[in-house]
Ligand binder design. Structure first.
Ligand code: HEC
Ligand code: HEC
Length: 227
């Protein structure tokens, strides 16, 4: 009996933890404010479907991770295998001769592999040529990153400009244009809600995520400490 009781307590603990994680989306759905919107944005961004590709620094290298427990990517893949993209004629194309022979596209195609364990993939006509690759090291979403840290990092132009200038706190107009466009149209972001067999989708719905981003920016893109 005592053992059963302990098992029950453990299960109850897990249930409470999972409810706490699910809450940000539910809270936002119940009452859409700047605070609940950003909490939901943080819940999504720190989810493994997003954080895995943003990668982490391990043994001195920037590496993508895999699965819900962010394990190392097989075959020792690092940012050295990344693609470098640039914009030409409104399309994203690879910078000529910039990629190693083994790069993300060697395995990650325009759609998900059919069975679990096969490489996921995504592409669309909204952002032609924006294929599977990882962001620069400045965009790592660290394990346990707080909402304030995520917010500061998104609004810091030194961290967020790479392919295009994205603005920041001092240029909210550009920030809005780029961030809303990015979260709405980017095939890699949309993929997080259709990650293929054997992977947990990002919380909530893509359309709600886009709305939450729009609401947060419309209200001034304030970080949790200022709310
Ligand atoms: C040699 C093939 C190969 C190459 C090259 C490769 N990957 Fe992968 N990748 C895979 C396979 C296979 C999986 C699926 C592993 C699994 O689900 O267990 C995977 C899974 C992933 C995932 C996990 C998605 C998730 O949320 O679980 C990410 C992120 C990822 N790769 C990013 C990259 C990036 C970025 C590059 C280039 C820098 C890259 N991969 C290069 C084969 C490859
Ligand atoms: C397959 C890889 C991949 C996945 C999955 C992915 N991203 Fe990204 N993300 C990128 C790349 C690459 C960039 C950088 C684009 C550039 O160079 O400007 C980026 C940039 C961003 C940016 C801009 C950040 C900044 O500091 O400017 C945000 C926000 C973002 N991603 C959010 C997300 C969210 C939220 C998810 C999950 C719903 C997600 N990403 C999933 C690859 C990925």
């Amino acid at each position: 009996m005592k053992q059963l009781g302990i098992i029950f307590l453990i299960l109850a603990g897990i249930a409470i933890q999972q409810t706490a994680i699910a809450d940000a989306y539910q809270d936002y759905k119940q009452s859409a404010t700047q605070t609940t919107a950003f909490a939901y944005l943080h819940q999504v961004a720190t989810h493994p479907r997003c954080a895995n590709c943003h990668g982490k620094i391990a043994n001195g290298k920037h590496r993508p991770t895999v699965g819900d427990n962010a394990r190392p990517h097989p075959m020792n893949i690092t940012s050295a295998n990344n693609l470098r993209l640039m914009v030409a004629d409104h399309k994203f194309v690879q910078v000529p001769n910039s990629s190693q022979p083994v790069n993300c596209r060697s395995c990650h195609q325009n759609s998900n592999g059919v069975s679990p364990g096969m490489p996921p993939g995504a592409a669309n006509e909204l952002m032609p040529g924006f294929v599977w690759h990882m962001p620069p090291q400045t965009m790592v979403i660290k394990a346990g990153m707080t909402p304030q840290e995520l917010c500061d990092s998104w609004l810091d132009p030194a961290k967020n400009s790479f392919l295009v200038h994205r603005g920041g706190k001092d240029d909210l107009k550009t920030f809005e244009k780029e961030f809303v466009h990015h979260v709405r149209d980017d095939p890699l972001i949309r993929w997080a809600w259709q990650p293929g067999k054997g992977r947990t989708p990002a919380p909530g719905k893509h359309a709600d995520f886009v709305k939450a981003m729009q609401l947060w920016i419309d209200k001034g893109a304030n970080c949790p400490d200022d709310l």
